[in-house]
Design a protein. Sequence first.
Length: 137
Amino acid sequence: MLKLPSADSKRVYIVGYSMGGYGTWEFACRYPELVTAIVPVAGAGDPAEAEKLRNVPLWAIHGADDHIVPVDGSDKMIEAIRETGGVPLYSRLKNVGHDALVPVRQNSQPILHWLFRQNSQRRSLAPAASRLPSTSP
């Protein structure tokens, strides 16, 4: 994709849901220098790889009542990134199961606004105002 003439290598955003959320975490850990920002939804990453994401803008989203992909996978990843000095955003959605993509789609404006503010030259870690209900562990 980055070889396409219309591609902007300073704006490589990765968003994935469920298994795609796992893939989002994994790709960003393998290629943090290529990624501008990530939004893993209802996925989990490997906390042992958290150091690689310390400077990658990310907004993780997970339903607190997810019984398909347990929310503790995101909880542990966010905690590990914070322990390295990273400043990840995290929306842990109350009363939401694995269908976390529904509130994300219904309230996509804050996420898209935040996402498109990110670029490789000027990374902005400050959160946008969010209408997504959230709690952080």
